[in-house]
Ligand binder design. Structure first.
Ligand SMILES: [Zn+2]
Ligand SMILES: [Zn+2]
Length: 223
């Protein structure tokens, strides 16, 4: 569905996959492994070709966000963008610590059944870089290289898992966030800018007045 002028959400890929329309297409996050066809079908449904995809940006290295990056890049020849601190996990050179508690064991079982290809990024991002008209904001904590992508003109921000809007505004999921204190500290940056629509990796768009709501939520976290 089209969320706002030129920004689409592909349904049912868990995590969310967004497509930004410009001269070419930019895909933000790629969903769980095995969802490639949903992305390709969506692109065709809006009258575009998979070969129109020129950029793939990952908000972070988790499986539900990078799940189809390898296949999508292979099919489209798009350039893959990821923050430099998450690059070693995207390539598989380093492994993230296992999630806390029982979920960790469950994840290990799940990952033996769920095949995911690691992939080599083309562009390593850092704070202040731009992709199209979006500025990179580094939000470490959920992963070392988690990012948000912010467009002042569009009044839109993509936040990955740093914030989620599922029934209510939430921070990153505790069991998958090795450094929660740092993630909350990172969130402060997102309270200093203005945006109308917040697009997270899970849940639905938060709008209108998203930045106002994030500011209020952040206050409750640090009080
Ligand atoms: Zn995540
Ligand atoms: Zn996620």
């Amino acid at each position: 569905m089209e969320i706002t002028n030129g920004i689409h959400l592909v349904d049912g890929t868990n995590a969310n996959v967004y497509i930004v329309l410009g001269d070419n297409l930019t895909v933000i996050d790629t969903g769980m492994p095995g969802q490639l066809n949903k992305i390709l079908d969506y692109v065709k449904s809006i009258g575009k070709n998979p070969s129109d995809i020129s950029k793939i940006v990952l908000t972070h290295c988790h499986m539900d966000h990078m799940g189809n990056a390898y296949e999508l890049k292979k099919i489209t020849n798009a350039k893959l963008y990821v923050h430099e601190k998450d690059a070693p996990y995207v390539t598989g050179k380093e492994k993230l610590p296992s999630p806390k508690g029982f979920t960790g064991a469950a994840m290990k079982v799940a990952s033996t059944f769920m095949k995911m290809n690691y992939v080599e990024p083309d562009v390593l991002l850092k704070e202040g870089d731009t992709v199209d008209d979006f500025v990179v904001i580094h939000n470490p904590g959920h992963t070392p290289g988690s990012i948000s992508l912010y467009s002042k003109e569009r009044k839109v921000i993509f936040v990955g898992d740093e914030l989620r809007y599922i029934d209510e505004l939430q921070g990153p999921p505790e069991q998958f966030t090795p450094d929660m204190a740092l993630a909350i500290k990172s969130m402060e940056k997102l309270t200093k800018i203005e945006y109308d629509i917040m697009l997270s990796g899970h849940g639905v768009p938060l709008r209108p007045d998203a930045s106002k709501k994030v500011k209020e939520f952040y206050k409750t976290l640090i009080s």
